[in-house]
Design a protein around this ligand. Sequence first.
Ligand code: CDP
Length: 223
Amino acid sequence: MPSSPFIIIAIDGGAASGKSSTSRAISERFHLLHVDTGSFYRAVTAELLRRGVAPSDTAAVHHVLPQLKLTTRVQGRSASMEIGGHIAGEEIRSPEVNASVSHFAAIPELRTFLLAYQRGQADVARSHGFRGLVMEGRDIGSVIFPEADFRFYLHADPAERARRRAEQGHVDQIAERDRMDSQRKTAPLTIPSGATDIDSTYLTLEQVVEKLSGLIEAKLPRL
Ligand code: CDP
């Protein structure tokens, strides 16, 4: 088999837009490391809350961030963030984290703190023998990997997204998070220019995955 190039796929989109399920399936199909950057913001949020830091207390956030030692553990095809050698559990999906993650994510220093760590996931993928990585988030195609080989933006009607999140049994204010994520000054949620916009409202997960896979396969020989 000819040696294939290392590929980077960026998938951005609003809350509960189907990014995680889609990215996981794409990682399987193309042998890529799956990197969920939302889980990174969630893990840091859970850690700050555990230390009693409120998002409004930016001085405390600035003080604590340098104390967090971030490393990565690869489990199956997924990258998990370790903070001080520990991987956070289901608490990162708790109502408390849902309610404050976008407030923390709007703090520019916190985003800068996570920038190099996120870009470093490409080296993690290489060192584990993956063919590339698929990274999902809000600013992957715009800020983290603007030169990604593939940049997708997933969206779906708010009512459909609320239904999907409720089906997962989670208490989440997705409209409020979307509003905050889109309006923040640093790296707001936006459709990066040149990204492929996919509306998944009336598509099944399989149909979304087929659509992305077709676009990826069509371009792969030209990379
Ligand atoms: O649960 P859902 O997929 O809707 O969100 P998530 O991907 O887990 O991200 C949780 C929160 O982290 C978002 O609402 C953003 O505030 C923040 N985030 C961000 O600011 N930038 C990213 N690249 C990823 C997540």
